[in-house]
Ligand binder design. Structure first.
Ligand SMILES: NC(=O)NCCC(=O)O
Length: 390
């Protein structure tokens, strides 16, 4: 990892200052000042001891006459594995829990209201291998599996809604597996779950060997702190997927990922997709990525001509928040564990919707008509050509 770039932000900090830095911030992030939050000294001390980064930024809104501000503290966590993948399943899981607990404790002390973990946080990204044993043993109940029990306690302790993206085993329906995000309310009770809508079939992202596309639609969870949704990883390439969570009233969409810079991954798309979605749908988004290298005991291939290998490549972290106006904060590191906090005023969503009118000017009825034709077997594309009669 020594040769890996720490973050895009580290290049900027090293090379820009004063007016140039302000101009960069204004043009790239959307504002001159990133509005860093003043976090507690104890948080930085805990982060140093736990070997992770901690940062926070504010996303304020204008004061309104008729509604009080709706200030909510959000957080995302990116973390590497706790130990090597040749250890017994329960040992690997326990090592991850220990890492994550340290990070959530800091979030709790900072008064975070809603926290989201990375995709499949409680296990290695085993899906590249296509092996079933022992990896399927990481699967667990979305009601009372070990990860849910572990997080429920922390949720209740800190009055924090926690989103837990896990490998689910559905014991009521033939023990099948799903890629699922469980929403745990601040009471510690499970509020509900959402199963990943779009499953990757590219590069080493061999998830389709394990589970199918989800069957839970586009649920929005009404929590004490705001209406939230979870759009899991690969579904971020599908703009209608983002749109449906907005149609169902999401104020914040969390997007937990496991992605690398390799074929099928997303390095150059990363900074765009969750940001674009925030703009199109006038809501807050949080992009969260796994971080670190993950290697496996046996070599694997993925039918892409690459030599057999044991490593999945670098999951490059870089988690970030974006507001409904497209203004984003600096991201976390590409190589280190981290906790990123955003203090947002949810009133911003309606203020931007009123100003920009993207919701009002969308033509859903028009697209519904067109799309209903597109899916017909005898559909003829609307191409006007001087060469060929349609
Ligand atoms: N986990 C997952 O869906 N990864 C897909 C890779 C990507 O599209 O970023």
């Amino acid at each position: 990892m020594e040769n890996e770039l720490h973050s895009l932000e580290s290049i900027i900090e090293k090379n820009l200052s004063g007016h140039d830095l302000e101009e960069f911030n204004r043009i790239y992030y959307g504002r001159r000042d990133n509005l860093p939050l003043k976090l507690k000294e104890s948080s930085f001390a805990a982060a140093e001891e736990g070997n992770f980064d901690v940062a926070g930024y504010a996303f304020p809104a204008a004061l309104e006459h008729t509604r009080p501000p709706r200030i909510v503290r959000l957080a995302v966590v990116q973390h590497s594995l706790g130990t090597s993948t040749d250890k017994p399943v329960h040992e690997q899981r326990q090592a991850i829990y220990e890492k994550v607990k340290r990070i959530i404790d800091v979030a709790g002390e900072e008064g975070v209201n809603i926290l989201c973990l990375q995709e499949l946080w409680s296990l290695p990204y085993v899906f590249c291998t296509r092996e079933k044993q022992p990896w399927c043993e990481f699967a667990e109940s979305a009601e009372d599996g070990p990860s849910i029990k572990f997080l429920s306690e922390l949720a209740a302790k800190y009055n924090m809604v926690i989103i837990s993206p896990i490998l689910e085993r559905d014991e009521s329906h033939g023990d099948v597996l799903w890629n699922t995000a469980v929403v745990i309310s601040e009471t510690g009770a499970v509020l509900g779950k959402h199963r990943k809508n779009h499953i990757p079939r590219v590069g080493d992202f061999n998830e389709s060997t394990y589970y199918m596309e989800g069957n839970t639609g586009h649920p929005v969870f009404e929590t004490r702190y705001g209406r939230i949704a979870v759009l899991i990883c690969f579904g971020r390439h599908h703009s209608l997927n983002w749109m449906m969570f907005g149609n169902n009233g999401a104020e914040i969409v969390f997007n937990p990922n496991a992605t690398t810079a390799a074929e099928g991954g997303s390095k150059w798309m990363w900074n765009i997709e969750a940001r674009n979605a925030a703009i199109h749908n006038t809501y807050f988004t949080a992009a969260i990525n796994r971080v670190g290298y993950e290697t496996f005991p046996n070599e694997f291939t993925s039918g892409d001509g690459k030599p057999a290998h044991k490593d999945f490549g670098l999951c490059y972290g870089s988690s970030f928040f974006c507001g409904p106006d497209g203004v984003r904060c600096p991201g976390l590191s590409r190589v280190r564990d981290g906790l990123l906090i955003a203090e947002v005023d949810l009133n911003k969503n309606r203020q931007i919707a009123d100003r920009r009118c993207y919701r009002m000017t969308q033509r859903l009825d028009y697209y519904v008509q067109s799309l209903s034709k597109v899916v017909e077997l005898d559909y003829k594309r609307q191409i006007i050509s001087e060469f060929e009669k349609q």
